[in-house]
Design a protein around this ligand. Structure first.
Ligand code: DP6
Length: 362
């Protein structure tokens, strides 16, 4: 089994004075949710997600050798302009990953990042952002150690991304990624995400995710605080056990293509996530009236048309509408005529399953 120590390099065979890479990394949407964690970003339960395609962060990492004076040195640009308020998060990330990337203080870095989705859309960019940064640092490590295998590159990129934000470790690869040790998922690990190990049924080919932007405001409660509230939560242990069972069930469904079962597991997971928030102490609600309007309309549409469209939620009010590719035309017409009116400025993003991080330039 791969252990944390396996990601601590002993020595490098090469040196590099300067250069740059550009990587994109997508967002992902969890089907079985990660909610609750232990020390060092170890999840309290396993989760599984679809990697997305269009919602991406694109990050250029430029590096230049400097004197190692015991400090990290970096400039942070967002869409080409300096962005001071993102710096503490990056500083914290560098501190966390330094044991695994011992060269970090030997370089000055310029990190230039942008998202393909609107900054104010309320879509969390931490998953795609941390994944994009992690693969860039792995590209630099591969320059210093060219013998590195592709498998090691991806596992360690996911491992580093996890230390930035848990769900980010599911954004390195596609199309379906499991993160967290799970008895019946071979190769699964708490340390990094792995590609779903079984064949995926063609029903899920290019599965669609249309993200309805219900509320773009700042969340009242951050994910970090929400995860923390699972510590003294009265239902935590039952919930963690349920996630293991739901991962068993959805693994079967992803393999056999049973969309009716898929809908049940995915919607139950979304509502359970929010039920955990509503039963924390302090309790909180991230759904908005429009979130519920949309859910009710999806249920009505599904029962009338028998199209297996369903919803899921992340830690916010936005609704992800999931449906098979061959129903796209009908579902998009329904979204445009019935659901867009519940979105801020009628905005939604049409996305679909994707393949993970991509090297754009080096
Ligand atoms: C509700 O990955 O944002 O989206 O590890 O503290 O950065 P941190 O949390 P984060 O939590 C996301 C939780 C979720 C469910 C999921 O993506 O599995």
């Amino acid at each position: 089994m791969v252990q944390t120590q396996d990601f601590i390099p002993s020595s490098y065979s090469q040196t590099s004075d300067s250069g740059q890479f550009t990587w994109s990394a997508p967002s992902n949407i969890a089907l079985v949710k990660y909610w609750g964690k232990k020390a060092n970003q170890i999840p309290a339960n396993p989760s599984v997600s679809f990697t997305l395609s269009h919602c991406k962060t694109i990050t250029t990492l430029a590096f230049e050798k400097k004197q190692n004076d015991g400090n990290f040195s970096f400039d942070l640009l967002f869409e080409g302009k300096p962005k001071e308020d993102f710096k503490p998060k990056i500083q914290k990330f560098l501190e966390r990953v330094e044991p695994y990337l011992p060269f970090l203080k030997d370089y000055h870095f310029t990190i230039d990042t942008q998202n393909t989705f609107p900054h104010s859309s309320g879509i969390a960019s931490s998953a795609s952002g941390m994944a994009a940064l992690a693969v860039n640092f792995m590209s630099l490590e591969r320059l210093l150690n060219p013998e590195m295998t592709e498998e090691y590159f991806c596992q360690k990129a996911s491992f580093l991304a996890r230390l930035g934000s848990g769900s980010a470790c599911r954004s390195v690869k596609g199309k379906v990624v499991v993160w967290g040790a799970h008895a019946n998922t071979e190769t699964s690990s708490d340390l990094f995400g792995v590609e779903f190990p079984k064949d995926i049924h063609p029903n899920f080919n290019n599965y669609q995710d249309t993200i309805l932007l219900v509320d773009k405001g700042e969340k009242q409660v951050s994910s970090t605080v929400g995860h923390d509230l699972m510590h003294d939560h009265p239902f935590a242990e039952k919930r963690f056990a349920q996630a293991h069972q739901n991962l068993d069930k959805i693994s079967e469904v992803l393999h056999n293509g049973n969309l009716e079962e898929f809908v049940k597991i995915v919607e139950s997971e979304a509502l359970t996530l929010h039920a955990m928030m509503m039963t924390s102490m302090p309790y909180f609600i991230l759904m908005k009236p429009n979130t519920l309007e949309i859910i009710n309309k999806i249920w009505k549409f599904r029962s009338e048309t028998k199209i297996p469209v369903c919803f899921t939620l992340d830690a916010g009010a936005n609704v992800h509408v999931l449906y098979p590719e061959q129903t796209k035309e009908q579902v998009l017409a329904f979204i445009e005529s019935e659901l867009a009116m519940h979105c801020q400025n009628n905005q939604y993003i049409v996305d679909q399953m994707g393949f993970g991080a991509e090297l754009i330039a080096h």
